[in-house]
Write a protein that binds this ligand. Structure first.
Ligand code: AMP
Length: 215
């Protein structure tokens, strides 16, 4: 399947993407994970992105499109892909449309995961992430803590609170989402490819996606 996952930070895009990869071998492409990996590696991309990310601002569109143009042409995308955290702005959505036309790729749909703001806030402040750039497993101190406190179940690396998950950065990220990313819902609705799922359970989101794909 070839999907865009839309939704505010904390809506569950990453969790849903990971579950969907198990269904048909589609790959999860998270621009946030790619950027955090680049920051940790100290690469040129990481250096350019770091300050924006720390502040909860969006990284410039040109940098993101450069990453995505390369990533979508890697062989593992042939079975399908789940775009998690991309596109984030109307210019990115327009550039993606052109890029996909150039590559001869057709998307199935854009899924808008709609979760109430109080749930989002609670999830983001209690979310913890594996600090290993190769892993980036996600935990929640209340609902899904690692078996050993502060240690990743999967790879044994420290589990930390992301620098952009302080209360100040979270509220800025949510504002940025409302201003820059929420307009994509209208964009994909006009394109006739929007599925909105109002649900806080990732299983319910997966169900709705599978039903729509089968229809
Ligand atoms: P995420 O893990 O998706 O919440 O992304 C973390 C941070 O990476 C965001 O707050 C942005 O600074 C940056 N980022 C991720 N994806 C994008 C994108 N498509 N466009 C611009 N910035 C992005």
């Amino acid at each position: 399947m070839k999907l865009i996952l839309l939704g505010a930070p904390g809506a569950g895009k990453g969790t849903v993407a990971k579950l969907l990869t198990k269904l048909d071998g589609s790959v999860q492409i998270s621009t946030g994970d790619i950027l955090r990996g680049a920051v940790q590696a100290g690469s040129e991309l990481g250096k350019q992105a770091e300050a924006y990310m720390k502040a909860g601002d969006l990284v410039p569109d040109e940098l993101i499109m450069g990453i995505m143009e390369k990533r979508l042409q890697e062989p593992d995308c042939q079975k399908g892909f789940l775009l998690d955290g991309f596109p984030r702005t109307i210019p990115q959505a327009e550039a993606l449309k052109q890029l996909l036309a150039k590559l001869g790729i057709e998307l199935d749909m854009a899924v808008n995961i709609d979760v109430p703001r109080d749930v989002i806030l609670d999830r983001l402040t209690t979310r913890r992430t594996c600090s290993n750039a190769e892993c980036q497993a996600i935990y929640n101190v209340k609902s899904n803590p690692p078996k050993k406190e502060g240690v990743c179940d999967k790879c044994g690396s420290p589990v930390v609170q992301r620098e952009d998950e302080t209360e100040e950065a979270i509220s800025h990220r949510l504002q940025t989402y409302n201003d820059k990313t929420a307009p994509l819902i209208g964009f994909y609705d006009k394109e006739g490819m929007l599925l909105t799922v109002t649900a806080t359970s990732s299983d319910a989101v997966i169900d709705a996606i599978q039903k729509k794909l089968a229809a």
